[in-house]
Ligand binder design. Structure first.
Ligand code: ADP
Length: 301
């Protein structure tokens, strides 16, 4: 039985419903989406814990209830009476989605203030899973604390899995973002970047250049996603390309990368080859983008 600890921020999501002017309330966030799919895929073979901080108010209770109902472990979620959870609103303008966020003071931003709590949560885990968004929301000093804890976790035999998920507007500057991303690449074993973002912010000429940058930083296993394009993989010094069948119907690409990561990791943890794990990730994300919303029940099919 494998234990995975996903570290990050779950937010309240308000999304338009069919009824004009009405919004539905849900919960989502990149690392949470991946944890949610992983939980479904792993069944009895895995325990998936979420590591974050929430408030002590009613909406925070509801968020914990949602996580528990999904089978995600909440034991290590810190409760902060002085803060509450972040929120985002999906706006629709002639079919185009855009997002408005209220997350600057969210409880999750304070999750790394208690280093001992983080160490305890990771103790005995097989995998620590985090993203560029996880580190973007932390104050710089707390980011350094988390990197140190991950480094120790790795030295103790744990595997660190990192999706750079570049979101420039969460950072003070592009240089701060790219610097911090590479700092965390140095403490990661598996890196799961998306090529388009990497090319934009790191200037990579092609997916191989992205993979090389992360392998040079010390990650032995890099899977470069590229929307409907081929996936470039470096695994233990071996490079290969995995073909993606472009989806016939793309309804909503939200969580394409997150669900890919979950499908990939579940197969990897089940002992499948790199080729099989990548194919498995691509198959899940192809189904997820055929549905509305970040969390799609298709994963159980
Ligand atoms: P992100 O959501 O992080 O930007 P990508 O756009 O790179 O992620 O997509 C992640 C994965 O989702 C891809 O590697 C691919 O397997 C799958 N995917 C994305 N778009 C399509 C598509 N149009 N057709 C089929 N698969 C897709």
């Amino acid at each position: 039985m494998k234990r995975i600890v996903a570290i990050g921020e779950c937010m309240v999501e308000l999304s338009p419903t069919a009824a004009q002017g009405q919004y539905g309330l849900g919960f989502a966030g990149d690392t949470l989406n991946a944890a949610w799919y992983l939980r479904r895929l792993m069944g009895d073979n895995g325990q998936v814990d979420y590591l974050t901080a929430v408030g002590t108010d009613t909406i925070s209770d509801q968020m914990l209830g949602f996580l528990k109902d999904a089978g995600i472990g909440t034991t290590h979620i810190q409760r902060r009476p002085d803060r509450t959870v972040g929120l985002y609103l999906i706006q629709l303008d002639h079919g185009e989605r855009s997002f408005a966020y209220w997350r600057d003071e969210s409880a999750a931003r304070a999750m790394a203030q208690d280093a001992e709590a983080l160490r305890l949560a990771l103790s005995g885990a097989d995998i620590a899973y985090l993203s560029g968004i996880t580190i973007a929301i932390l104050p710089p000093d707390d980011r350094t604390v988390l990197a140190g804890i991950l480094s120790d976790f790795r030295a103790g035999g744990g595997t660190v899995v990192f999706d750079p998920n570049l979101r420039p507007r969460l950072w003070k500057s592009d240089a701060e973002m790219t610097g911090a991303i590479m700092d965390f690449a140095h403490v990661s074993d598996i890196v799961l970047p998306s090529y388009e973002d990497e090319a934009t912010w790191f200037g990579d000429a092609d997916p191989r250049a992205t993979a090389r940058r992360y392998t040079d930083a010390g990650a032995g296993y890099v899977v470069v996603k590229n929307g409907p394009g081929d996936i470039f993989v470096t695994h233990d010094g071996r490079e290969f390309i995995s073909k993606v069948q472009p989806a016939a119907k793309v309804v909503d690409t939200t969580a394409a990368g997150d669900s890919f990561n979950a499908g990939f990791l579940a197969a990897h943890l089940a002992g499948h080859s790199a080729e099989e794990a990548v194919t498995s990730g691509a198959a899940l994300s192809a189904r997820v983008i055929g549905q509305y919303g970040a969390l799609s029940e298709l994963a159980t099919e």
